[in-house]
Design a protein around this ligand. Structure first.
Ligand SMILES: Cc1cc2nc3c(=O)[nH]c(=O)nc-3n(C[C@H](O)[C@H](O)[C@H](O)COP(=O)(O)OP(=O)(O)OC[C@H]3O[C@@H](n4cnc5c(N)ncnc54)[C@H](O)[C@@H]3O)c2cc1C
Length: 500
């Protein structure tokens, strides 16, 4: 029988990969490796270092339930603190020996004759695993618009997730393209330093007050001494977010309250009628991610900040030209244009049964998986934060923990199936599940007609979970054995002889 080099190979060391590794170790599954292409853990929180970067789900909720941190400094803690938290988890749970840094997995191929995955990294090293966990992240492939003239612009450009800290911003004329979650954190910070800031907006976001209170030493002490108090605080935040989520799922009353709150915030912050009109969203709240900020609108009021709603025509060597013919000279362009999320295009090649290529298939059909985790034809492969498991209203860490519980149950089922077995989700089960998902999306705000990064090239929403997270948790509590077909390695005997 062919023995794998490692039982479980996890690709990615962000919240998802680390959460999975911790739980696997805690349940005695020590044959595991985490492959990370960078030289440190953290994923999103390693890559995004722009000024003002912070979470927009409260920290006590945007962290593992099993690793509470009583010391969060603020309701929405800054990037450095979240990265430190993840690094601390690595130390606290002794993960370091299991992580292989600077290891970019470029190919994984399922060897059906041995029921093993063969992983290849960029340096050409090869390793086999019984199960692969894809924790490569939803938001780390920058989406940069193909603007005419990008090659002739002589100033500096970079994406918000790839901040160039060597650039001195003081006194510069800067353009921020985009007004999404990152931009509204960046703009208030830049406005304080640069001489002129032009913010290019395609669609106005809904913004609600952030109320980013700091936790006093008193409260941190309470949470340290009384973990139940911290848990209660987390629960309140969780259920408040679930309540808001109901607005996106079709509850008109909550939707109206949320819209009114956002409008009130806008009107209290901006008095210029022209600017007010420009920042007033013209679609239903929640169709695009609702943002939280107290300082974005005030930043737009500053004399050195200009909100541009005219579409960009092209870049000139020294600036940005809009369709009305106006040229704005700029020294630096920051693309705060988000990520390619819906198409899950990855530079990792995944080959499953009969030589099928997962991402080629997903490009044609739009990404889909059963429970957002397992895909037919690609056995013993479990995705974390896969298709239709993203959120518009609550902490993704809650979804990750649901998925990790499912992964553990999946491994239990696989063990029961015997050695050299693999579990392939049944095609009709996957189809019915995904038809249901698309049907459920029909009744939600995400199908109300706005243009958003949730929609894939195929026109389908392949990113959002169309329900409450509590529903997903219930659904993923146990693996349904009848959803999977258990098979044995095709060449079981032969494989046995090869390895002796
Ligand atoms: C600026 C920003 C703020 C956000 N704030 C919130 C928030 O407040 N609340 C919320 O719920 N969500 C938020 N998100 C979404 C965020 O992406 C998720 O919350 C979470 O961090 C995803 O974790 P992950 O482990 O799935 O992915 P990531 O954090 O992206 O980690 C994936 C890891 O996999 C590695 N990797 C990828 N491919 C390979 C490969 N082929 N080989 C080896 N390694 C590989 C990457 O280097 C990375 O380290 C935010 C996203 C951004 C960009």
């Amino acid at each position: 029988m062919t023995r794998p080099d490692v039982d479980v190979a996890i690709i990615g060391a962000g919240f998802a990969g680390l959460g999975a590794a911790i739980k696997l170790l805690q349940t005695g599954r020590t044959s595991l490796l985490v492959f990370e292409r960078a030289n440190e853990v953290g994923g999103t929180w390693r890559e995004n270092t722009y000024p003002g970067c912070a979470c927009d789900i409260p920290s006590h909720l945007y962290s593992f339930s099993f690793a509470p941190n009583p010391n969060w400094s603020r309701k929405f803690s800054p990037q450095a603190e979240i990265l430190a938290y993840l690094k601390n988890c690595v130390e606290q749970y002794d993960l370091q020996p299991y992580i292989r840094y600077n290891t970019d997995i470029i190919r994984t191929e399922f060897l059906a004759d041995q029921a093993l995955w063969q992983l290849t990294d960029r340096a050409g090293n090869v390793l086999t695993a019984r199960v692969v966990v894809g924790a490569t992240g939803p938001l780390n492939r920058p989406s940069i618009p193909k603007l005419k003239g990008l090659d002739v612009f002589t100033g500096k450009t970079f994406h918000s997730s790839n901040w160039d800290h060597t650039v001195d911003l003081a006194g510069k004329r800067v353009a921020v393209i985009g007004t999404g979650a990152s931009a509204i954190q960046i703009v208030p910070e830049l406005a304080k330093t640069v001489s002129q800031l032009s913010v290019f907006q395609r669609t106005a976001p809904y913004i609600t007050p952030r109320l980013n209170t700091s936790y006093s030493a008193f409260w941190q002490g309470i949470y340290r001494r009384f973990p139940a108090a911290q848990r209660a605080h987390r629960h309140v935040q969780y259920w408040l977010n679930e309540l808001v989520g109901m607005a996106f799922l079709g509850n008109e009353t909550i939707s109206k309250v949320a819209t009114a709150q956002s409008r009130k915030h806008l009107e209290a912050s901006i008095s210029d009628p022209d600017l007010r009109q420009k920042v007033t969203p013209d679609y239903k709240i929640g169709c695009k991610r609702v943002l939280v900020s107290d300082d974005y609108y005030p930043a737009l009021n500053r004399p050195n900040v200009d909100l541009v709603t005219e579409r960009i025509a092209e870049l000139s060597p020294t600036g940005i030209v809009t369709r009305d013919g106006t040229e704005r000279p700029v020294d630096l362009i920051i693309f705060s244009t988000g990520f390619v999320a819906a198409d899950i295009i990855c530079d990792l090649h995944i080959t499953g049964l009969e030589g099928r290529s997962l991402f080629d298939e997903w490009l044609k059909t739009g990404p889909e998986a059963y429970m957002g985790m397992t895909a037919e034809g690609f056995p013993n492969l479990v995705f974390l934060v896969g298709p239709n498991t993203g959120l518009g209203h609550n902490s993704i860490v809650h979804m990750i923990e649901s998925q990790v519980a499912y992964l553990l149950d999946y491994l239990r089922l696989l063990d029961q199936a015997g050695e050299n077995a693999y579990l392939n989700v049944k095609p009709d089960v996957q189809r019915v599940y995904n038809n249901d998902i698309q049907e459920q999306l029909n009744g939600t705000v995400w199908s109300s007609g706005c243009q958003s990064w949730y929609i894939s090239q195929t026109g389908r929403n392949t990113t959002i979970w169309p329900g409450l997270t509590v529903t997903y948790r219930k659904l993923t509590r146990r693996v349904k054995p009848e959803a999977y077909e258990a098979r044995r390695a095709i060449n079981y005997e032969a494989a046995d002889k090869i390895t002796g």
